[in-house]
Design a protein around this ligand. Structure first.
Ligand code: COI
Length: 383
């Protein structure tokens, strides 16, 4: 019975994604229902992977498949395909290794109570990758290609989508200059790779409030730079400040603007919000701050809940006088901040039941998990 249902499902998948899966089948198997169900290649989408779902953090758990597509004419990406998840071969002279010509994205797939899987605003990631690609002189997949890649990758790795309420399948699209060259120029070939990993809480604190340190020596971005796109080169430079802060017991660092060192920018891994009375504020994105998709969604949700929402330059003094502070991001979702330390002064904030952050978190995650009506049309079902 089980064998037959897997076979039938395999047939549906094979007919839909025949070219993608075909490399894992012998020519004989490609036309045979039996071989499509080969356990090593596809296990049937009603099975779960053998994992302790109660113990998910934000570490890489290798899944079954990754998706790859390439562009060699600097215009259109050729149709891509699923490959077994694994190592990739790259020229030592590739643009990404030598000049940091690369971008990444992050988004999540959640399993609903009825077993169906939802993506959250995938077209926003596709469009943000396009913007970033333009800044980094790379071609980018079309929105349709991007979403198709996501759907194929989620379906092929469906057994890794955590049970409802236990976490999500984090999807990591990468765009890189994979072509080889020596002088500084856009790489002659670009590759898009998409891999997936089941995840739970980002911070080791779990859902408990995090502790932030305001960094006033290193900066994350400068006007005219790449802070406003998801370039890979934005991330390694924060590691020094972050590692220093973590060694002192902080969860992460909050960066200030590089021109005056007075205004909030973003946390190493996410955006920041402050709450004062009925007003929810977040730094305006003016090229140095990543336009987060969770940030954008929380701005909408907060307005819907009746808060006054402001995107504005936020001086560090406002942070110190806030009632609440929270972070947003795909990985961190909505993370309450318990304390901020700035120049040796520690300020504590309201958190927990009744907090604005808790309310916004609940609405956002209820939409993502399909528990409440998605009035905005943000979720996309993977079918
Ligand atoms: C995400 O939230 O998806 C990110 O890309 C942040 C990353 C540092 C984990």
């Amino acid at each position: 019975m089980l064998q037959r249902s897997i076979n039938l499902r395999g047939l549906v998948l094979f007919s839909r994604y025949g070219h993608s899966f075909s490399k894992f089948f012998t020519p004989q198997a490609a036309s045979s229902l039996q071989a499509v169900a080969e356990p090593a290649t596809y296990r049937g989408d009603d099975e779960y992977a053998d994992l302790n779902w109660d113990d998910l953090g934000f570490g890489l758990v290798p899944t079954d498949y990754m998706y790859i597509m390439k562009c060699s004419d600097n215009e259109k990406f050729s149709p891509g395909e699923l490959n077994r998840f694994g190592k990739i071969e790259l020229s030592p002279a590739s643009g990404i290794l030598n000049h940091g010509q690369g971008l990444f994205e992050g988004l999540k797939a959640c399993r609903k109570e009825d077993g169906r899987v939802l993506l959250f605003r995938p077209e926003q990631n596709a469009m943000r990758m396009k913007m970033g690609a333009e800044r980094m002189c790379m071609p980018s997949p079309s929105v349709e290609q991007f979403i198709d890649a996501l759907k194929q990758t989620v379906l092929a790795n469906k057994r890794w989508v955590p049970p409802p309420g236990k976490g999500s399948l984090y999807l990591r699209p990468l765009l890189m200059g994979s072509g080889a060259m020596l002088g500084l120029a856009p790489a002659p070939e670009c590759t898009f790779i998409l891999f997936a990993s089941p995840v739970g809480n980002y911070f080791q604190e779990g859902k408990a409030p995090i502790k932030l340190l305001v960094e006033d020596e290193c900066h994350r971005a400068m006007p005219g730079g790449t802070g406003g796109v998801k370039s890979i080169s934005n991330y390694a430079p924060v590691l020094k400040a972050q590692t220093r802060a973590k060694s002192k017991g902080f969860s992460d660092v909050l960066f200030l603007d590089s021109m005056t060192n007075k205004y909030l920018e973003e946390v190493a891994s996410c955006n920041i919000f402050i709450v004062k009375d009925n007003t929810v504020s977040t730094p305006a994105t003016r090229g140095t701050i990543l336009p987060g998709i969770t940030r954008k969604s929380i701005i909408n949700i907060a307005s819907d809940h009746g808060y006054q929402v402001e995107e504005r330059p936020i001086p560090v003094e406002d942070l110190l006088e806030a009632d609440e502070v929270f972070c947003t991001g795909t990985a961190v979702v909505v993370a309450p901040v318990g304390s901020v330390t700035y120049q040796g002064k520690r300020v504590e904030y309201r958190t927990g039941d009744g907090s604005v952050a808790r309310k916004l978190y609940s609405t956002l995650t209820d939409i993502q998990r399909g528990l409440i009506e998605d009035k905005m049309g943000w979720t996309v079902e993977v079918d």
